[in-house]
Design a protein around this ligand. Structure first.
Ligand SMILES: [Zn+2]
Length: 260
């Protein structure tokens, strides 16, 4: 009985050891990078299309600590793109943050997860992002994105901005003190093609997956110290007409009220 129990334990340990084998075999990550990911603390704001993909990627990659925030419940119109929710969740009457935590625990029980059911605002944003190594934006409106941007710059925490609507996506990696911030790139809320929303323009699940994957990759580059490989500027992608462009924005906007 004791012998079979020990064999089971050894098998489990071997299985865990192999868990990240394919990831750490990727040279820019390696064992050193994997250790940093395992020690990493990420905050993901918004658990919709982008957020649910991002937290799934991060949990599978072995992030050590994950703080997840959302103020909503899953809805039938979410299911085509929000990968962690299914039909059963619609009748549970539980928040996205609680459901997400339960799903992530099944994916990787080693990840420490703090779930927060709240609307992010100027009173709670600083407390929410405090002690994070990185913040990843899964929100769907510029008012909230600007709020998070300011808090990240004030607290010197890197932010991976992302948005997806119709077949278009945008991503930018904002490192306080080094790169332009979101307000440098967009001094005011854009009223053109840069501010499409899933509500007014629809959204393809494929562009959501792609933007979330790029955001997660940027976070992993940062956590593993691969700063030189990070996006410099604003990456714009259209998955339908296939266009990919990086608008180089190297300098901060001298009139930016957030950076200066
Ligand atoms: Zn700025």
């Amino acid at each position: 009985m004791i012998i079979s129990f020990n064999i089971k334990l050894i098998k489990e340990k071997l299985l865990m050891k192999n868990r990240y084998l394919r990831q750490l075999a990727f040279l820019p990550i390696g064992k050193k990078g994997q250790k940093k990911i395992l020690e990493g603390k990420a905050t993901v704001i918004g658990l919709g299309g982008l957020g649910s993909n991002i937290v799934s990627n991060l949990a599978r990659a072995g992030i050590g600590f994950l703080k997840i925030i959302d103020n909503d419940f899953p809805d039938i119109t979410n299911l085509h793109r929000q990968i962690l929710f299914d039909e059963e969740d619609l009748i549970k009457k539980e928040s996205k943050s609680i459901i997400t935590k339960e799903k992530l625990k099944k994916i990787n029980s080693d990840v420490f997860i703090e779930d927060i059911y709240e609307t992010i605002n100027e009173n709670n944003v600083y407390e929410i992002i405090e002690n994070s190594d990185i913040v990843i934006d899964g929100t769907d409106n510029f008012e909230t994105k600007f709020l998070i941007n300011k808090a990240c710059i004030d607290m010197k925490i890197p932010l991976i901005f992302g948005s997806a609507a119709a077949s278009n996506g945008m991503i930018s990696s904002i490192i306080p003190g080094e790169t332009p911030c979101l307000k440098c790139i967009f001094p005011k809320i854009p009223d053109d093609k840069f501010n499409l929303t899933a509500m007014n323009s629809g959204v393809l699940n494929t562009i959501v997956n792609i933007v979330a994957s790029i955001q997660t990759t940027e976070a992993m580059k940062y956590l593993t110290g691969n700063y030189d490989s990070m996006i410099k500027g604003l990456l714009i992608i259209d998955i339908w007409n296939f266009n990919l462009d990086i608008i180089s924005i190297r300098n901060k906007n001298l009139n930016c009220p957030v950076c200066n």
